[in-house]
Ligand binder design. Structure first.
Ligand code: ME8
Length: 650
């Protein structure tokens, strides 16, 4: 039996799951369902990436052990999988003992092959990304754009991976395997990155404890990406006894030979380099086969910007689950985003698609057809009659068969949104056929009986084909449609590669006919989402009292204010917060406040914000303001009663 192995990235336990995380898993789940349907022995892996300095720090800040923090977060990701009905074969956690053993086995293999050596690393490191950053100006800490923080200087003994030795081998591999990185634009990006030269990679840290100890030198902890990437093989039992697989009821200890190399690693484009350069190099060094494809998808944007907790624009999964069905979310994600490109997420677009494509499109075609089967054929699927079969029917049958071929081809090429467009082309044809043939009119004339039955029988076959093709995308509703059609078994068990227009259906009694997708009232739901998001901050946005207490808020008095030369929006303020010197702060409030009206005014200052330079002026804090109206006018926060400068806010 042919096998198929698909993975998602394993999720960092530094944030609760959001739509971006759901998306990688949802795509992998859809692919896995499709391949299972096509008869492949399929393995779909997901899990959590739990190690590193960043996690150590978050746990410390929360006042819990790293393990306790990871246990809680792993549950949150498992919760996402349950809530959205995703069906991975295994969920790996990098804190599992079996994973540790596997990652260490990989390290030993690479070391024994001569590709790991000890040296001294000095560089700029962003703990939030767990990544070393390039120095831009000599001696100055580079700013991590992603986390808006300065990188930290790190100098320590470190093991290095001889990445530089793999440049030619990687380039040869890319040349011989043009599908190893997809889409093609990403392939080109990876090739030119490798062509520009590869430096050896620091792959251990002595200052980090929470991670996989380096074998034979446990003072060192593995660099989190060496550890994390190896999950794709340790999950299959490579380098360990596979006891985790037995415990999960996957009876064989190791299934590595069965599934490796992976058919596809689904990843976001932000982590492509790790998967398309470092990972193949580690595998080459260990003498292991390389994954067939790394597919990099785009980012979900919200309000035109990448979702991030800092911007407060993440799409909350609790809100999605509360207001939308799983299948609607799946459909939208796969239809709206051209796989590989970025897309903007809005609830409005989700509701519009759900109404237009699902309720009015597929749902309506199924409902009106089956209602007519009930009314005109006494609830039994009718037969095609040779005498009513004409050119139109012949054409429709050809369309169905072409749709099956095109849909499968697009799916195989990971063009999910195109595949869905193709399927919706067939829905439109089915609709038009009904409108042209008007079986509801003909049903009044007994001599037209054969024609009415044939028309309905043709559309019922269209629905059957759609149920099979769409089963990986809409598993629950297509199962429901199958039952309404009165068919035995499940659409997920019909192989789309062997699917035909013809099917013995006549005489089958249909099931209870119900709308598959309720229409949604856009304005009402949008308003509900809005008030829900405002009133019920979800657990993913909660912070603990300890986390809040880390923000040092002080009452302050503005003692000086002036415009910043050459910057329309900025004021330079000196704010007295009871320290020996007033604090210098740069605030973007110039269009709304004149400097002279600010002097003497009480403000609230975030006193322990990391200092940063704005237009060359060091800003040591931030004054708080409400953001009002569509133009986001700042209104400074202050006090009604008098408070001394320096008073703490709690
Ligand atoms: O990167 N839109 O984990 P992670 C689409 N632990 N995808 C998004 C997204 C968005 N707005 N935000 C995040 C890691 N993602 C590592 C992986 S694998 C050995 C280790 C995607 O939790 C992101 O691109 O930060 C990535 O594919 C996945 O979510 C996990 O991100």
């Amino acid at each position: 039996m042919k096998t198929f192995y698909v993975t998602t990235p394993i999720y960092y336990v530094n944030s609760f799951p959001h739509l971006g995380h759901l998306y990688s898993t949802l795509v992998a789940d859809t692919l896995a369902r499709y391949k299972r349907q096509c008869g492949y022995d399929t393995f779909f892996l997901t899990g959590t990436d739990e190690h590193g300095q960043n996690i150590e720090r978050i746990a410390r800040e929360r006042g819990v052990t790293p393990q306790a923090h990871c246990d809680e977060m792993a549950e949150a990701f498992k919760g996402m999988i349950r809530d959205f009905g995703l069906e991975p074969n295994y969920f790996i956690r990098t804190s599992d003992a079996s994973h540790h053993r596997g990652a260490q086995a990989l390290w030993r293999r690479v070391r024994e092959a001569g590709y790991i050596y000890k040296g001294q690393y000095e560089g700029w490191f962003c703990p939030a990304c767990a990544e070393f950053k390039e120095e831009e100006e000599p001696g100055r800490p580079p700013l991590c754009e992603l986390h808006n923080r300065l990188a930290e200087r790190v100098a320590e003994e470190s093991y290095f991976f001889r990445l530089s030795a793999f440049q030619d081998r990687l380039l040869a591999f890319y040349r011989e395997n043009p599908e190893c990185v997809r889409p093609a634009s990403r392939y080109n990006e990876v090739v030119s990155f490798v062509k520009s030269g590869l430096k050896d990679l620091s792959i251990s840290r002595v200052s980090v404890r929470w991670g996989v100890p380096v074998p034979e030198d446990p003072q060192h902890t593995m660099y989190v990406w060496f550890d994390a990437l190896s999950n794709y093989i340790t999950a299959l039992g490579w380098g360990n006894e596979g006891e985790h697989l037995r415990a999960a009821g996957i009876s064989e200890g190791s299934i590595f030979e069965r599934y490796w190399p992976a058919d596809v690693h689904i990843v976001g484009k932000d982590i492509l380099r790790f998967h398309a350069v470092y990972w193949p190099a580690f595998l080459m060094a260990a003498g292991l086969p390389l994954p067939r494809t790394v597919y990099a998808h785009g980012m979900w944007l919200s309000g035109g910007r990448k979702m991030s907790k800092t911007l407060g624009n993440v799409i909350d999964l609790a809100v999605l689950r509360r207001f939308f069905s799983r299948d609607v979310v799946r459909y939208f994600c796969l239809r709206e985003m051209v796989f590989g490109e970025d897309a903007d997420f809005t609830y409005g677009a989700l509701i519009e698609r759900a109404n237009a494509d699902l309720a009015d499109g597929l749902g309506n075609l199924a409902h009106r057809t089956l209602t007519m089967v009930q009314r005109f054929c006494a609830g039994s699927l009718p037969e095609i009659s040779a005498k009513a079969w004409g050119g139109y029917e012949e054409e429709l049958r050809a369309t169905v068969e072409a749709t099956i071929r095109a849909f499968v081809a697009e799916f195989e090429a990971y063009n999910f949104s195109r595949a869905l467009e193709v399927a919706w082309g067939l829905i439109a044809r089915g609709d038009k056929y009904l409108s042209d043939m008007k079986p509801w009119d003909r049903a009044r004339r007994p001599e037209e009986r054969a024609r009415v039955e044939t028309v309905l029988a043709v559309v019922v076959r269209v629905l059957r084909v759609l149920a099979v093709l769409l089963a990986p995308v809409l598993p629950e509703t297509m199962r429901a449609l199958w039952a309404q059609l009165g068919l035995a078994g499940e659409p997920a068990r019909v192989n789309p590669l062997a699917l035909e227009f013809e099917a013995p259906m006549a005489g089958v009694r249909i099931g209870e006919v119900k709308p598959l997708f309720p229409r949604m009232e856009k304005e009402g739901i949008m308003a509900e989402i809005e008030s829900h998001s405002r009133l019920e901050a979800s657990p993913s946005s909660w912070i603990t009292i300890e986390e809040f207490a880390r923000v040092d808020l002080r009452a302050g008095t503005v003692v000086f204010a002036e415009k910043v030369a050459g910057a329309d929006k900025l004021l330079r303020l000196l704010v007295d917060i009871g320290e020996t010197e007033p604090r210098q702060v740069v605030a973007g409030i110039a269009p709304y406040y004149r400097p002279e009206e600010l002097v003497g005014r009480k403000v609230i200052l975030v006193a322990n914000l990391q200092p940063r330079k704005v237009r060359g002026i060091e800003s040591r804090g931030m004054v708080l303001a409400a953001v009002v109206g569509p133009e986001e006018r700042p209104v400074l926060a202050g006090f009604v009663e008098d408070v001394p400068s320096g008073a703490r806010l709690r």
